[in-house]
Design a protein around this ligand. Structure first.
Ligand SMILES: [Zn+2]
Length: 202
């Protein structure tokens, strides 16, 4: 898997959103999975301190476990997107089961029609079907924040690849806690120091 999404992928799948077309120095910060009892409060406090708004792609199953964390994400002004109910892999799941799992989460995530596929993959028929219902948000930079002891690489992955319109992926789950607690704040400050703003407008 890649850190920086190769251009060929966005050419092959133009109906998916890999990057935002913009002339301004702005980037989109996204967090997949969760809410998580340790990682969500960490992320929220860093974002609040730096006055940054992000987009959280939440898992329905975890929303059910952590309603108050979900509430605080919304109350702090962040955007919420759908990351399915039980984090099924589109490649391994029959279409009907896959779609129902997404719609099961949609009931709870009612503000926007953003979808990010778990594992970042879907079959072509799944893309054709879901693009009619959702803005499907992929990414331009994958931080690899859930790999053990990877905080320095994670930082370089993001900082070295950032450009206007980049969509950056971190993870709002237990596996990413250690790396994010070491370096997330530093990364975001460095991005701000490079003159970028963070947008959560899709
Ligand atoms: Zn995920």
């Amino acid at each position: 898997m890649f850190v920086k999404t190769p251009k060929i992928l966005s050419k092959l799948f133009p109906s998916l959103i890999w990057k935002i077309q913009t002339k301004k120095k702005e980037v989109w910060l996204t967090f997949d999975d969760g809410p998580d009892e340790k990682t969500t409060p960490l992320i929220l406090s860093i974002l609040e301190k730096l006055n940054i708004k992000a987009t959280f792609f939440l898992i329905g199953r975890e929303i059910e476990k952590h309603p108050s964390l979900t509430k605080s994400i919304i109350e702090k002004g962040h955007i919420i997107g759908n990351h399915s109910f039980s984090h099924l892999d589109g490649y391994m799941t029959r279409n009907k089961i896959y779609y129902n799992d997404i719609f099961k989460n949609e009931i709870k995530i009612n503000n926007l029609n953003l979808y990010r596929p778990p594992f970042g993959r879907m079959s072509l028929p799944q893309i054709w079907f879901l693009r009619k219902k959702f803005k499907i948000i992929m990414w331009d930079i994958f931080s690899w924040d859930f790999i053990k002891n990877n905080s320095l690489n994670m930082k370089n992955n993001v900082i070295n690849n950032i450009e206007k319109g980049s969509i950056i992926v971190f993870h709002n789950n237990a596996k990413s806690f250690s790396n994010l607690s070491k370096k997330l704040e530093e990364i975001l400050i460095e991005i701000q120091n490079k003159g970028y703003n963070f947008s959560s407008t899709w």
